[in-house]
Ligand binder design. Structure first.
Ligand code: GLA
Length: 402
């Protein structure tokens, strides 16, 4: 309902409603739950084999944080060669093994072997947020401030003059309560975190739940929910860096994004408010293009937010890697997709097996609301109010093309 109201506000604020009408139709024009909406946007979710995973995910130590807290790594398997490892430090996906077209499982995300990798000075300095849950507000808030109900709030700035991904200690750097389990769809990991009133400058005690599910039909599903006791902006996402190639850079990956427009940004990557048609630009992924084909025409590389408008039953984005045959489909209830091509990676970070994480070693498809929404009255609202429950679902579905 929150999203429905948001979209109607957005729709009424814009005369060019055609693209949004489609978005409305897919994401939020009915009273269905986000899970039903996701099913509607993804044919894959409708034919999920209803098997009950008999056993909960296994857990093992992931080491100690710098303040001496023991953190865990939970590994979910689906019986078809998919295996995802998630730590309660930052709710971070540290590893995701997916078979290639020969049936051989291989690593497809960037990550480290233990928690020290995520707390090293190099990682802190580079700030790539590998695999982490992002909040309270994913992406940027201009000049680290916003006004809500007549009151100005000042946030911790951690990206030049702006706030990025929640501030200095975002949801990626906190320890979540973890509960491994099972559902009719597969193994699950439920993570909860209470972000206290005033944390990083945000108002309200925000209670957040994220459930990861690895399903029998090779889908990693992420269900987000949140409630608050004071109105607050919220924008939750996951920051996994994917690389379906098994070691090369991602420039050869073929990408399709169901979006006719994208958010134009300034030099600090803050939206100017202009929603520009992708047609005739290097941002047009409405038909498949490799990441590398036109990236040189985009200063700095892709790090932009697309306005998703998939046709009913179609994914928001599709990725295909020709050498391994791996495919990934992304479906979401969110209106935007931050497609980021690892432009800031510079080779200083190395993976669990010594892999060098250089420029374009991974790409992110962060499903979310638009950047800086709290300061952009015409964007879909990201304000969560007491009494409302935020619900959002994103799925990543894996497969191969022979
Ligand atoms: C997001 C941002 C990027 C960058 C990465 C992390 O994708 O949009 O600019 O900050 O996170 O490095």
């Amino acid at each position: 309902m929150l999203f429905m109201i948001s979209y109607f506000r957005y729709l009424s604020a814009h005369s060019q409603a055609a693209g949004l009408a489609a978005l409305l139709a897919v994401s939020s024009c009915n009273q269905s739950t986000p899970a039903e909406q996701t099913a509607a946007t993804s044919p894959s979710m409708t034919d999920t084999t209803q098997t009950t995973a008999a056993t909960a995910p296994v857990s093992a130590s992931f080491g100690q944080t710098q303040d001496g807290t023991e953190v865990q790594l939970y590994t979910l398997t689906n019986g078809h060669g998919l295996k995802v490892s998630i730590t309660n430090y930052g709710g971070t996906i540290t590893s995701l093994l997916v078979p290639d077209k020969a049936g051989k499982p291989g690593e497809i995300v960037l990550g480290f072997a233990d928690v020290s990798g995520y707390q090293s000075p190099e990682f802190r300095k580079a700030g790539p947020y590998f695999g982490a849950l992002i909040g309270r507000y994913g992406n940027r808030i201009a000049k680290g401030r916003f006004t809500l109900d007549g009151q100005e709030y000042t946030l911790a700035k951690n990206n030049g003059e702006n706030t990025l991904h929640g501030g200095k200690i975002g949801f990626d750097k906190v320890i979540w309560q973890a509960e491994p389990g099972t559902s009719a769809e597969g193994q699950t990991l439920k993570l909860t975190y209470l972000s206290k009133d005033g944390e990083e400058g945000y108002p309200g005690n925000l209670s957040v739940t994220v459930v990861y599910t690895l399903t029998a039909d090779d889908t990693l599903k992420i269900d987000y929910s949140a409630t608050t006791d004071k109105a607050t902006p919220v924008n939750l996402t996951n920051h996994a860096y994917f690389n379906l190639s098994g070691g090369k850079d991602v420039l050869g990956h073929e990408v399709t994004i169901a979006a006719d427009r994208y958010n134009v940004v300034d030099a600090g990557l803050i939206p100017t408010g202009e929603l520009r048609p992708v047609k005739g630009t290097p941002f047009d992924f409405t038909t498949p293009h490799t990441i590398g084909e036109r990236i040189a025409q985009v200063p700095g590389g892709y790090d932009h937010n697309w306005l998703l408008n998939p046709a009913a039953g179609q994914p928001a984005a599709t990725v295909y890697e020709p050498t391994t045959g791996r495919t990934m489909q992304v479906s979401t209830t969110e209106p935007g997709l931050q497609f980021y091509t690892g432009n800031f990676l510079d080779g200083t970070l190395k993976g669990a097996k010594g892999q060098v994480y250089g420029k374009h070693a991974g790409f992110c498809m962060e499903t979310q609301h638009f950047p800086d929404s709290p300061n952009q009255p015409t964007f879909p609202s990201t304000i969560l109010k007491p009494g409302q429950t935020l619900k959002s679902t994103t799925i990543y579905k894996f497969g191969v093309r022979q």
